[in-house]
Design a protein around this ligand. Structure first.
Ligand code: NAD
Length: 244
């Protein structure tokens, strides 16, 4: 099946990776939009819209998709609670695949983290560490947020258990605390590690992305999944696309 894509953020690092991966994935970029374009001019000609731009752009694109009955793949991260609410409203009208990370490896990391967090109790201290290139605008990454949510859900913990970085007289680490740390530098595409550290042993689950094509191929797979059949309106994760 040949899928026509409206690509928002086409001049960016991910936009370029998606355009490059599209032909081999059976997709065509029918419209390339970036700052200064008006997606409303070309939305009618696409099967699916794909957004890898900036958080402020996503709600308007989601509204446009809802108005025109077009499914949407969201790769952009760092949305505010208000922006998230606006996007969720649009998902009442059209199906949206929304994932902080489209690589197969990270989605498996999510699964493995869930298993580990369900087995290892609070005597295993959890620290989530991510590293990205120096141009990344939001922190911690959407993937690190998702890993934190998975651990919190398994442990019945809330946001009050989470610490973002430490400095100064932070004091002893209380049981049940979940640490999240964002490193920035160089051209790192995306590294994530979840550490479960107890007295006498440490388990580390790690994923390292070396090429943006893994996210691009995953996002295009999500676009094809949306276009393949009549998905009901709602928000879908990459787990549903990959693992059914
Ligand atoms: P980038 O800065 O290289 O590219 C962003 C592009 O969006 C730029 O060309 C910019 O001009 C454009 N843009 C900004 N505002 C816009 C607007 N209002 N309308 C249209 N275009 C606009 O960033 P990137 O590295 O390509 O990442 C883009 C987003 O994707 C970020 O939020 C990043 O965190 C996210 N990302 C997600 C995944 C994933 O798998 N979900 C993977 C990598 C990056």
């Amino acid at each position: 099946m040949h899928v026509k894509i409206l690509l928002n953020g086409s001049n960016g690092r991910m936009g370029r990776a998606i355009a490059e991966a599209a032909p081999a994935c059976g997709c065509e970029i029918s419209a390339a939009c970036d700052v200064g374009s008006n997606p409303a001019d070309c939305i009618s000609d696409c099967d699916v819209a794909v957004d890898f731009s900036f958080r402020e752009a996503t709600p308007a694109l989601a509204e446009l998709c809802a108005k025109n009955g077009k499914p949407l793949v969201i790769g952009t991260t760092g949305h505010t609670p208000e922006q998230r609410a606006q996007i969720l409203e649009c998902a009442k009208s059209v199906p949206i695949v929304w994932a902080g990370n489209y690589s197969l490896g990270v989605n498996l990391l999510n699964r493995l983290t869930k298993i580990a967090a369900s087995i290892l109790d609070n005597s295993y201290d959890v620290e989530i560490v991510e590293m990205h290139h120096r141009h990344k605008k939001d922190a911690p990454s959407g993937t690190a947020q998702k890993l934190k949510e998975i651990v919190c859900a398994e442990r019945g913990a809330g946001e009050e258990s989470v610490v973002y970085g430490r400095h100064g007289q932070a004091g002893e680490r209380p049981a049940g605390e979940i640490g999240v740390h964002a490193l920035r530098g160089g051209s790192v595409v995306g590294d994530h590690t979840v550490v479960f550290a107890a007295d006498g042993e440490r388990l580390e689950l790690s994923h390292k992305a070396a090429d943006r094509k893994v996210f691009a191929q995953g996002a295009l797979r999500a676009a094809k999944w949306l276009a393949a059949s009549d998905r009901k309106p709602g928000v879908y994760g990459m787990e549903e696309v990959l693992f059914g």
